[in-house]
Design a protein around this ligand. Structure first.
Ligand SMILES: [Mg+2]
Length: 380
């Protein structure tokens, strides 16, 4: 059995409302979806979310890279005789070695192709991702995220998250005056809800120290990426100057980044995102290094992920033990429509069950992909 064809979709699914943080405001999904098909007629789907400020990839560059570099590596790959329990190592082995020295790391592109080939391989063998990533829990608790904005809008969103019953809430921050919003969100959520902040690198180091000293009284569980990606020693100095635990996000894209941050004692937590980290194989490798070093893990997401990455995230979240926080599965809370027949969005309290069924456990509606595609590339 060989992969004989692929379709790559550049996607723009509109959002229900604009999402803002200190690096971007976004009102559509801007992702890539890859479909691969075997000579026996089995297909698999994968997704990546290229972001120039995360991996250097844009959607256009990602479409080119997938077509020029990644698809030639997997087309005609022989899938027979692969032990499905080692599917991730097999797929990692047929994809080209990544070059992490340049301006661009092709992680979103790689993620889309890795997921598609793995989904296809598992579907062909009629097994779920759970065979590769055995679940250790049966239900995932997702976080609610409050987009950066003016205080009345933050208040409205916080009340909405309170009504859904989230136990974990994250607020996007980035200006000294956001201190007031942290207090407001804490007051709305009450004392028992976990509250954390994400600055997306908006602060200079001294401003971050001042801000964190001021908001520590609101019982903040952690600050994500307080300062821009850069020398890990800067983050290490910041970490040693504040009581709020520090989570690396934009600073931890590659395995090498993870190793450097660990060596420098630069953070307490990693935010691992499947697309940012280059797919499941790399994400699990980084999680392994984090666990060995006593670094806590958040499984995060990119804004605008469809049911494809939501399903992949669900499998990883169920598999990795002791995750501190999980984000994702926002589905139609974010997108005007999602791409799967099944609804994989979380329910009350941000809770969602593990997924069963072959491959990722979802049925992708190709008419929805076509409807929101800005580019459709068929190979060969
Ligand atoms: Mg972040």
């Amino acid at each position: 059995m060989r992969i004989v064809s692929a379709i790559v979709y550049g996607m723009d699914i509109p959002f229900v409302e604009t999402f803002r943080h200190s690096l971007a405001a976004r009102d559509h999904s801007d992702s890539v979806v890859v479909k691969v098909t075997t000579d026996t007629g089995i297909s698999g789907f994968g997704e990546g979310v290229p972001r120039a400020y995360v991996t250097g990839e844009t959607k256009e560059k990602s479409l080119e890279h997938i077509q020029a570099v990644l698809l030639p590596a997997i087309l005609n790959a022989d899938l027979d005789g692969t032990d499905v329990h080692h599917a991730l190592a097999f797929v990692h082995g047929i994809l080209p070695c990544e070059d992490v020295s340049g301006e661009v790391v092709w992680h979103a592109s790689r993620c889309a192709v890795e997921l598609a080939v793995t989904d296809c391989l598992l579907r062909a063998n009629k097994v779920s991702f759970a065979a590769v990533l055995p679940p250790k829990i049966q239900e995932i608790t997702y976080s609610g995220v409050i987009s950066a904005g003016r205080t009345p809008q933050v208040e409205k969103l916080a009340r909405r998250l309170k009504a859904i019953g989230f136990q974990h809430v994250k607020l996007k921050v980035g200006r000294p005056e956001d201190e007031e919003q942290v207090g407001l969100v804490r007051a709305i959520m009450g004392p028992s809800v976990s509250l954390r902040l994400d600055a997306n690198g908006a602060f200079a180091k001294d401003a971050a120290i001042r801000f964190l000293s001021a908001v520590a009284r609101y019982n903040v569980d952690c600050i994500e990426q307080p300062i821009p990606r850069g020398d890990p020693s800067e983050l290490a100095v910041l970490r040693s100057s504040v009581s709020v635990p520090v989570m690396a996000d934009e600073s931890v894209v590659t395995i090498r980044d993870a190793e450097e941050l660990i060596a420098m004692n630069a953070c307490d937590l990693f935010n691992l995102r499947i697309s940012k980290c280059g797919g499941l194989h790399n994400t699990l490798a980084m999680a392994e290094r984090a666990a060995a070093a006593g670094i806590g893990i958040q499984l995060g997401c990119q804004v605008g992920e469809t049911a494809i990455l939501s399903a992949a995230g669900r499998h990883v979240a169920a598999h990795l033990n002791g995750l501190r926080f999980v984000e994702g599965s926002y589905g139609t809370h974010m997108l005007v429509e999602d791409v799967a027949e099944e609804n994989v969005t979380f329910g009350h309290g941000g809770m969602a069950p593990v997924l069963a069924g072959p491959g990722l456990g979802i049925t992708v509606r190709e008419e929805i992909l076509a409807k929101h595609a800005t580019a459709i590339i068929s190979v060969p």
